[in-house]
Ligand binder design. Structure first.
Ligand code: FNR
Length: 381
């Protein structure tokens, strides 16, 4: 393939380069994948107003998310095991985001640790927190994020219990990993990926192995992770985290107006309207379809961001038009990373920027900060 022009192109390249079990891990959703599909498809139900003969020169996509400058209203979403799409994946993606000028969010379940990412970046990144049952571990993790000068804590609220993805189960991508003939075949057919993995030391979960008590290797990690997500997590815990952290906080995984009001009551700086990319509650509505109601409910009290299903700059523009101050991409940057490493993440961001810029111009607008519902030809939600 010549130079990738779309996120779909990067997906094709990633599928060729990344072993099936890890490509599927990124590409899959819970159960029937209905919510995962709806996240993408609902964007195409929103139509844009074509405007002509207005001045389209001197356009700008610059904005802020929680007061931080961003080259465009797009951040990289926290994604677990990013370092399995490409060796040192989180470090590469963080550097690409930093150079491009958009926020990078490191997952608790990353392969590279907070300290690894801090060692290759010069500007603060964001850290995503899963509030595990072991609150001592959570306290230490927050301490490490502070020491690394992370500028925002993204607390994920929609994973008290792990959703199920059939592809992962069928691929044997369980914790601990099961060594099967099928898995071995998947690896030997991706020799370049294997070679790169052999050259890096970072293969476990860098934030956990050696930091959580009794987790010293992959199998103890598997057992630990399986029982550490906390079904009792409550709004009191969110307030406890907020006090402990003391800095900017974003609550991720809000899909309901009542929950949005409760989130705003905590005094957090932003919420992310999200269904975890369709990986948790299959059957939940798409995140873009819930965005207008949530903006209506709390948009005057808290910044509202959105993720799930964004595959182009057009989708970003539609989300902004419906009231999102910022958006996040998960799979699109994972495809870029899997396809071409750091350069692929940059390509992902470039593709989205170009599409966003051209679309904004053709809607007759020059400044992303002036985008509102006026640019929409319909309101399906
Ligand atoms: C995720 N997501 C996620 N969210 C989170 O808070 N912590 C995490 O560790 C992960 N891990 C993760 C792994 C993978 C492979 C994916 C695809 C997603 C959810 C993620 O932050 C985001 O909500 C979705 O990815 C957004 O949907 P799109 O852009 O992937 O469609």
């Amino acid at each position: 393939m010549s130079k990738p022009l779309t996120i779909a192109d990067l997906k094709i390249l990633a599928r060729r380069r990344v072993p099936k079990m890890f490509f599927d891990y990124a590409d899959s959703g819970a159960w029937t994948e209905g919510t995962y599909r709806a996240n993408e498809e609902d964007y195409s139900r929103i139509k844009l107003r074509q405007r002509v003969l207005v001045d389209m020169t001197n356009r700008t996509l610059e904005t802020t998310m929680i007061g931080e400058k961003a080259a465009m209203p797009v951040a990289l979403a926290p994604t677990g095991m990013t370092g399995m799409q490409h060796a040192d994946g989180e470090m590469l993606a963080a550097k690409a985001a930093e150079e491009f000028g958009v926020p990078f969010t490191l997952s608790t379940m990353s392969i590279c640790s907070i300290e690894d990412v801090a060692s290759v970046t010069t500007k603060p990144f964001w850290f995503q927190l899963y509030v595990m049952k072991d609150r001592g571990f959570v306290e230490r993790l927050i301490g490490r994020a502070k020491a690394a000068k992370c500028s925002a804590l993204v607390v994920t609220a929609d994973l008290q219990i792990l959703g199920q993805r059939h592809k992962d189960l069928r691929n044997g991508l369980a914790a601990p990993p099961k060594p099967t003939l099928n898995a071995a075949l998947q690896l030997v057919t991706r020799p370049r990926w294997c070679l790169e993995m052999l050259q890096t030391k970072r293969r476990g979960f860098g934030n956990i192995v050696g930091h959580a008590s009794n987790v010293s290797d992959l199998s103890s990690l598997g057992a630990w992770t399986a029982e550490q997500f906390d079904p009792r997590l409550s709004w009191d815990d969110i307030r406890w985290i907020k006090d402990l952290w003391g800095g900017k906080m974003i609550i991720k995984g809000i899909l309901d107006e009542e929950d949005a009001r409760a989130a705003a009551d905590t005094g957090a700086d932003a919420i992310i309207v999200s269904n975890h990319g369709g990986r948790q509650l299959d059957g939940a509505p798409s995140s873009i379809s819930m965005l207008p109601k949530i903006v209506e409910a709390v948009g005057d009290r808290i910044e509202v961001h959105v993720d799930g299903g964004i595959r182009s700059g057009q989708d970003v523009l539609k989300a902004v038009a419906l009231g999102a101050r910022g958006t996040y991409i998960g799979r699109p940057f994972l495809y870029g990373l899997g396809a071409l490493g750091k350069e692929g993440v940059t390509t992902t961001l470039e593709i989205i920027r170009k599409e966003l810029d051209i679309t904004m111009a053709l809607c007759g607008k020059r400044d992303i900060q002036h985008i509102d519902r006026n640019i929409l030809a319909n309101m399906p939600f």
